[in-house]
Design a protein around this ligand. Structure first.
Ligand code: UDP
Ligand code: MG
Length: 316
């Protein structure tokens, strides 16, 4: 068995044909400047724009590049998971393919790792070239997660981070299906620190995270790390019961004294509609959790690869 490289760079790719060459050039330049051995695990998450062929070619050109080609699009978090499974480095860096996370920042992450930190996450101090809407929703999302989940997930951090082999091994042993890696990484603990950086604009192409995927990620983050939505039903139930206990005697007294305030169907209708709505929402929330339990119970593989190097865990 060949010896392990010092660093693994994990790059998930979904239709990034115009970024790949530049990304490879900049990452390899930065990594070579460390003077250590490294590998680049590029995961093709079911691209349909010719990225797949480019990734294959990079693999042929440079033996340090390890292409992992998915059978279809499984999503960014799963692609990164596969990267973690196939990586062998003593320190593993996750970075986007679109050069929004400048590869030069990797050197700062490595410097902190050398100081003894096991997770070094990159904090987006500034963002460039992203819409007002994206910045606002992202910022709202990070703060919401912080409020309602039990783990302390650092604000304004994405998946751009360095993790020690120890941390990666723990993450690889967590098989949950609906993954929110930054939450999982915070949950496992270890000595962590943040490094601030300026998130650049995309090198080419458009975001592969439309609103729908962002909402799904948010939902996975919330359901994966919090029971708050389930408890919401209890809170609303107690509040509604409390209000009715106060209102029932008031209405009875008003009727006795002859007030007309609660006559007619409107008030009945409003109460029924309101509670009916709340009950349906609660059922929907239950459904979200039950659907996730069902997915876990089926125990299907997290991803299917059509081409990949040998998995480190399969080696003797
Ligand atoms: N990505 C992926 N699978 C997907 C969507 C995105 O592998 O289904 C990759 C994408 O190629 C990029 C990274 O995940 O390398 C982050 O995506 P993107 O830059 O579109 O997200 P944003 O920076 O806009 O949040
Ligand atoms: Mg991006």
């Amino acid at each position: 068995m060949t010896s392990h490289p010092e660093f693994s760079i994990i790059i998930p790719v979904y239709n990034e044909k115009d970024c790949l060459q530049e990304m490879y050039r900049r990452v390899s330049e930065v990594m070579s400047s460390t003077g250590k051995t490294w590998e680049m695990v590029i995961i093709d998450d079911g691209s349909r724009d010719g990225s797949t062929e480019q990734i294959r070619d990079l693999g042929k050109l440079d033996k340090r590049v390890k292409p992992v080609i998915f059978a279809r699009n499984f999503g960014h978090q799963i692609a990164v998971t596969a990267g973690l499974d196939y990586s062998q480095g003593n320190a593993v860096v996750i970075i986007d393919a679109d050069l929004q996370d400048p590869p030069e920042v990797i050197l700062d992450l490595i410097a902190r790792w050398r100081e003894g930190y096991e997770v070094v996450y990159a904090i987006r101090a500034e963002r460039e070239g992203e819409s007002w809407f994206k910045t606002f929703t992202a910022s709202f999302f990070y703060r919401l997660i912080q409020k309602i989940t039990d783990v302390n997930i650092p604000l304004d951090t994405g998946d751009f981070r360095l993790m020690d082999r120890k941390v990666v091994n723990v993450l690889n042993s967590m098989h949950e299906r609906h993954r929110f890696l930054r939450g999982m990484s915070a949950w496992v603990g270890f000595k962590s620190i943040g490094v601030k950086y300026k998130r650049a604009a995309r090198f080419a192409g458009e975001t592969k995270y439309p609103l729908k995927k962002m909402l799904l990620l948010a939902l996975n983050a919330i359901t994966g790390f919090s029971y708050f939505p389930l408890q919401l039903a209890t809170y609303v139930g107690f509040t509604a019961a409390g209000i009715s206990i106060i209102i029932i005697p008031i209405v009875i007294i008003m009727r006795i004294v002859g007030s007309q305030a609660f006559f007619g169907q409107a008030s009945t209708l409003l109460a029924v509609l309101f509670l009916g709505g709340v009950q349906l929402i609660c059922l929907g929330i239950l459904g979200e959790y039950i659907g996730r339990i069902y997915d876990e119970v089926k125990g299907r593989p997290l991803y299917i690869v059509s081409e990949a190097p040998e998995k480190p865990s399969d080696q003797a």
